[in-house]
Design a protein around this ligand. Sequence first.
Ligand code: NAP
Length: 539
Amino acid sequence: MAESLDVVVVGAGFAGLYLCHRLKASGRTVKVLEQGSDVGGTWYWNRYPGARCDAESLAYSFSFSESLEQEWQWSERYAQQPEILAYAQHVADRFNLRPWIDFDTRVESASWLEDLSVWEVRTDTGQTLRATFCIMATGCLSVPQRPSIEGLDTFQGKFYQASQWPHESVNFLGQRVGIIGTGSSGIQAIPVIASEADHLTVFQRTPNFSVPAQNGVLDPDWVTAFKSHYRAHRENHKVGNGSGFGDLDIKPREAPADPILFSSLSEAEATAVLEQAWRRGGARFMAAIGDTLMDEQANAFAQEFVHKKIREIVKDPITAEALCPTTHPIGTRRICVDINYYETYNADHVRLVNLRESPIVRITPWGVELDSENIELDTLVIATGFDAMTGALLKMQVTGKSGLTLQNAWMSGPKTYLGLMTADFPNLFMITGPGSPSVLSNMLVSIEQHVDWVLDCLEDMAAKGKAKIEPSREAQETWVEHVQAVANATLFPKGGSWYLGANVPGKPRIFMPYAAGVGPYREVCQAVASDHYRGFNFE
Ligand code: NAP
């Protein structure tokens, strides 16, 4: 007999936790299904050495509870994975969410039963649940992408994938370690692995731009002063064309700062602005000159600035040149934030192999065979990314009206209205889905905005006696076109990145996140809701 609920939530990462909290408080019956053994989502799985958030802790945290934000003390400017996981666990305990979560439970299918107007959700534990609403809180970077390199399974040494790191500690002492992948994960892991291993070989196909985190322990007095303005900072995170990170000054700004445009700066001024951003550290480097992601000249200038930094830091000129990204505009692939990444290549026991010059032929039982040499390894780490944004949704068998599967509906790329719902899949919501700012934003800001919007929508439906919601195809088409138009006005499509699905063979090349910024997006969502949920059909 299937258990009947108001809402089934898939995933107990930050989105699932906040959904659970809000749904529970609204008096609805809810169950959260989580494949991991604990809460935390991405912070539960990504335990690789050096894993930490590339957004500042004080911004990358929930804002829905003033007492939570005041009582939780972050130790560093950028929290490490164990601390973020502890925070997620604390939220689950503090708001008593665990009784509503089934752990070690993977959703295999979700099917819309037309006659009953319910979602039927089946799990690998044999559960069948039926719910009026199904909300996917499955995360944007939760399905690891394993590269198709010949012989990968034949390696006889120790093998680790960054995003599926074991829970027990991993020791690299005395070992010859190799790592494939130089995105955010690899760039965080490389300095830490190098600090332990006897020898580290980094196999790099495409270099990425990385800026120093300038991480440090947070000064409790500074934090107290910052937190005395926390509400105003949180409000700032929600507005403006940016990504929802606000700034780091103690006193919150009163109005969004006007962006500095490249054309308004002399070369010396532009260099000074970037120098200051470099010293300040972190991904907000990209916002220092406001049109870096819009204007090719501004972008080229920032690229050159980072190239110079790399050449200054890395002593071996051949290694330095190989580390300079030249194949994509800066920021069009997610900018990396590092601690001593480039410096690591100055150590004698660290070697960069440029796969553009010496491609991998195959992995052998003993190491990596390049077309120029064999490199023997004791341990191989891969940090080769994710099937981003659509991976988790398409991995499940999601079936909507008239037997239409999500795989078929999204065959030529994800189609959503506002990144919240998709036509022919009634009562199925997505949190930070494709077509919303999601990965281009502070995920916590976007998660809270989506969850609040969905809860308001459910309240509105309940008040008006409506049982079914679904976007119209026209509204969806218009939104999909708008998302592409916004992206095409930027340099993002030139990045060949996972934002476009370019890292997964055969995946449609569609720019998936909404690039207009969290403020304008929030306004659109609010306007749609105020206008009787314009673009949605109800029954
Ligand atoms: P990623 O950015 O997609 O990087 C994957 C890396 O693996 C790339 O360097 C890629 O090279 C390489 N690769 C893939 N297949 C390969 C192959 N067959 N041979 C050689 N190299 C191969 O993945 P990620 O580093 O896991 O990061 C993904 C995203 O997760 C980030 O952009 C970020 O949004 C998020 N993340 C955040 C944090 C944080 O908050 N600190 C940390 C980690 C990740 P090519 O570019 O040549 O394909």
